[in-house]
Design a protein around this ligand. Sequence first.
Ligand code: B12
Length: 214
Amino acid sequence: MPEDLLAKITESVIGGEPETVVALTRQALEMGLEPMEIINRGLVPGMDIAGEKFSRGEFFLPHLLIAAKGMQNAMDLLEPELVARQQAISSVGTVVIGTVQGDIHEIGKSLVGTMLSANGFKVHDLGVDVSIENFVVKIEETGANIVGLSALLTTTMVGQREVIEALIEAGLRDLVKVLVGGAPINQSWADEIGADGYAEDAMGAVQVAQELLG
Ligand code: B12
């Protein structure tokens, strides 16, 4: 049963069993489950529960790390499937994406990058803990139409505002749309810092990016 399999994936993410996560993910693909279904109903709930346990003091950093390893290894398997399932249209826009300075959360940012690239965007992923300067330089160098700024911590979300300020200073603000996201981010924060768009998840990010480029 797909439901049972998805529940087992969730459990093995929480339980810190990366090899089992990968084996079950492979099984789910073989059963014909869609990659986004496996991500949204199997892997992400596992990460959410691990995060909740961490805030309650039931989990420590190593637990989060091993849960993340499970999800990341499964993503290595799912990414080519995600890309293969979308019709790669000729490039609809160029995106520079990264997680802001001081923040090393990678998984959500990478998923957004993969989905954008699967939907025809040319994506330059700068990785995590990206300095303001690196964002600015890469946007200039690539002529990107969109920059995606990820932040997972309430202490680093201010980095999104700082990148916007640096873009204004560099005279690039009118040339690039700013898309923000990450667990603590919402529409009112996006409005407050003058971002052009916000999305809650990777599918939403694709939709908003398409809307931003008209
Ligand atoms: C895995 C994890 C880690 C891993 C990260 C490993 C890795 N390689 O990425 C490790 C163990 C390193 C880690 C470290 C820390 N973490 Co942590 N972590 C998590 C956890 C459990 C899951 C994050 C995740 O990957 N989710 C799955 C992905 C798919 O979801 P996502 O990241 O939210 O991304 C989606 C959306 O947000 C959105 N999105 C994301 N980026 C973008 C960008 C754009 C442009 C758009 C449009 C959309 C978008 O789309 C994505 C896909 O759907 C969260 C809890 C949680 N549920 O979020 C805590 C959490 C984020 N961590 C937390 C904390 C406190 C920390 C530490 C400070 C712990 C410590 N004491 O050291 C450190 C900080 C390190 C640092 N400087 O960055 C807190 C943050 C609290 C807060 N409000 O600030 C959380 C919420 C846990 C908790 N409940 O307490 N963490």
